[in-house]
Design a protein around this ligand. Structure first.
Ligand code: NDP
Length: 264
């Protein structure tokens, strides 16, 4: 997949977790990566530094995806960073599970509470980042996206597997719908749109509970056909595959990247 050398990418939510792994993986393939983040400047700078230490190219861009003015800044800084080059790859990865500042929205395992505990503000925040943010980042990327570009949305296996994350799962369901519709709309420009559904991925802040709860690692691993937890690099490699020229004939698809979680 070396033909990505010289291409460009915007990865939202790339300061940490899966997004950081995606940014590092694309940069390792020779892609110039815009490392987007929301609040954690030092984490984003560390992602950029890790890419540069490995010989890659990246630059950080801050924007709260719930703030339309911040989106203006995001795209003016992106255009400056691309310096006249088209955008080749957009990865809509940024998301929230719950508002960490709202104790009522969180359970002791870190996950979103059940329907009775969700506040309207919490529901709105999840949709503002996960759905509205991804939608308008995509819309604003279109003029920059070169023909033959790639849009990859990070959804979740929770749209298929019941898990106590209802508003979050609903928000990811919206991305699952967006994929094939956009693929149809953008296909005439040779732009592919695909959606990846990771399973439970270790090494992310959302899943530190796995290591605090006795038996959780073993229990969740046993839910997968491959009998282990996912790693951020497992998801990043699927992004690299879908972003490659080899995947040019794959569009509008929902690609499960869960190690075969809860297979029938
Ligand atoms: P993290 O919670 O580790 O990171 C989230 C990223 O999104 C951060 O970079 C964060 O920026 C950014 N972000 C959050 N809110 C905003 C906002 N309002 N504006 C701008 N940026 C924002 O995510 P994960 O690595 O756990 O997950 C990555 C993706 O994978 C998500 O789409 C998630 O839904 C999906 N996924 C994850 C799974 C898992 O097991 N972890 C399983 C299935 C799907 P900052 O650091 O600056 O706050």
């Amino acid at each position: 997949m070396t033909q990505k050398a010289g291409k460009t990418a915007l990865v939202t939510g790339a300061s940490r977790g899966i997004g950081a792994a995606i940014a590092r993986r694309l940069a390792a393939d020779g892609v110039l990566v815009a490392v987007h983040y929301g609040q954690r400047k030092s984490d984003a700078e560390e992602t950029v530094a890790a890419i540069e230490r490995a010989g890659g190219q990246a630059f950080p861009i801050r924007a709260d995806l719930t703030d339309d003015d911040a989106l203006d800044t995001l795209f003016s800084e992106l255009e400056a960073g691309l310096a006249g080059r088209p955008l080749n790859i957009l990865v809509n990865n940024a998301a929230v599970y719950a508002d960490p500042d709202d104790p009522a929205a969180m359970q002791s395992d870190g996950y979103v509470a059940g329907i009775s505990e969700i506040t309207p503000a919490e529901f709105d925040r999840i949709f503002a980042v996960n759905v509205r943010g991804a939608f308008f980042v995509t819309q604003r990327s279109l003029p920059l996206l070169g023909d033959g570009g790639r849009i990859i949305n990070i959804s979740s296996a929770v749209t298929r597997i019941a898990w106590p994350l209802l508003p979050y799962a609903m928000s990811k369901g919206a991305l699952d719908i967006m994929g094939p519709r956009l693929a149809n709309e953008l296909g005439q420009r040779g732009i592919t749109v695909n959606t990846i559904a990771p399973g439970i991925t270790d090494g992310t802040e959302a899943n530190t509970w796995l290591h605090d709860m006795p038996g959780a690692v073993e229990g969740v691993s046993a839910m997968t056909a491959l009998r282990r937890l996912g790693r951020p690099s497992d998801i990043a490699d699927v992004v690299a595959l879908l972003a490659s020229d080899e995947a040019r004939w794959v569009t509008g698809q929902l690609v499960d990247a869960s190690g075969g979680m809860a297979l029938a």
